[in-house]
Design a protein around this ligand. Structure first.
Ligand code: SAM
Length: 305
């Protein structure tokens, strides 16, 4: 029985890391004319009300995206964050925050494809409902603008995202991204990313694979094992794409001491990181950290070749 609902957490520091990085990856996709595929294995609700009771209760958006949008100096905003901030500001005008499927839809062209899975019986209805209308902004002529005259091609899968991944890889369009963002509620959420992403990589070695995970004091060992095993597996299989590194990018909002909240930050593991992503993250992460947690925060980027 799943109890995690992302509407308690939408727009928090972890979403800012995850979604601003996702946006950078989508930007590299639309730089070329060739179509792309995204497999989003854990879609959530797609769009979140910033004043939903869960989010007001946790205060996570308030400390996250709302503080961020209220603090950024638009004249000094790094170009690496421009599209993300533009999108979030637009949704915020309607008191909304865009989740991963919505961010992906916003950057899709007519030829691109999104496959998104969600397992929660209530959340899947929210997702279907939210994705039944056009995104507020769409990528056209090199920027995010209003009004698009086509509906992005989205297939919604009600079921297990790990299974969807196994069934959909390799996709017909072999340029693309796998986004895996489990809720880490069960022990299998720490095992399945390693097994499913390793076999996905075997079948689709050019995919940009993105795994998000929380930095939790009480799960430190398990997370370390998951990450180390996945990196080891990919590196041992990496024969054809050795020029594209594996990166990990983390954003910490507290120190990992025992007396801090258990979630002290989060991390993204990116396989086949595109050209210049590391440099872009080196601009984005310190900027975000300085706004969200100037005194206690930190950020790290590591490269594995
Ligand atoms: N990716 C979303 C975003 O960035 O906006 C947030 C996803 S949330 C962290 C994780 C979601 O995965 C929850 O909505 C949960 O119901 C769903 N979920 C949990 N286990 C799942 C599974 N095995 N397959 C698909 N969805 C799952």
């Amino acid at each position: 029985m799943l109890s995690y609902r992302h509407n308690f957490h939408a727009g928090n520091h972890a979403d800012i890391l995850k979604h601003s990085t996702l946006m950078l990856l989508l930007e590299t996709m639309v730089q070329k004319d060739k179509p792309f595929t995204v497999l989003d294995t854990h879609g959530g609700g797609g769009i979140y009300n910033l004043d939903n009771p869960g989010l007001l209760h946790t205060g996570e958006a308030e400390k996250g995206i709302l503080t961020f949008l209220d603090t950024v100096q638009y004249a000094e905003l790094p170009s690496t964050l421009e599209n993300y901030v533009r999108l979030c500001s637009h949704y915020r005008q309607k008191n909304l925050y865009p989740g991963s499927p919505e961010i992906i839809r916003s950057m899709m062209r007519e030829k691109d494809k999104l496959f998104v899975a969600e397992l929660h019986s209530t959340e899947i209805e929210v997702l279907r409902d939210n994705l039944s209308t056009q995104p507020l902004l769409c990528y056209q002529e090199g920027q995010l603008l209003q009004n698009k005259d086509f509906t992005p091609s989205v297939t919604i899968h009600y079921g297990n995202g790990f299974e969807m991944l196994k069934a959909r890889v390799p996709p017909q369009i072999k340029r693309g991204i796998i986004l895996m963002d489990p809720s880490y509620e069960t022990d299998s959420d720490y095992r399945e990313p390693v097994t499913t992403l390793t076999s996905a990589y075997k079948k689709w070695p050019s995919a940009i694979i993105v795994l998000w995970y929380p930095l939790l004091v009480h799960r430190k060992e398990t997370l370390h094992t998951m990450k180390a095993k996945l990196i080891e597996n990919i590196l041992s299989l990496n024969t054809t794409h050795s020029d594209k590194p594996i990166l990990t990018a983390s954003l910490l909002v507290h120190g990992p001491e025992q007396d801090t909240p258990r979630l002290y930050g989060s991390e993204m593991l990116i396989v086949n990181a595109p050209y210049m992503l590391e440099e872009k993250l080196k601009i984005t992460l310190p900027y975000v950290q300085t706004i969200l947690s100037p005194l206690k925060g930190n950020w790290h980027i590591k490269k594995y070749l």
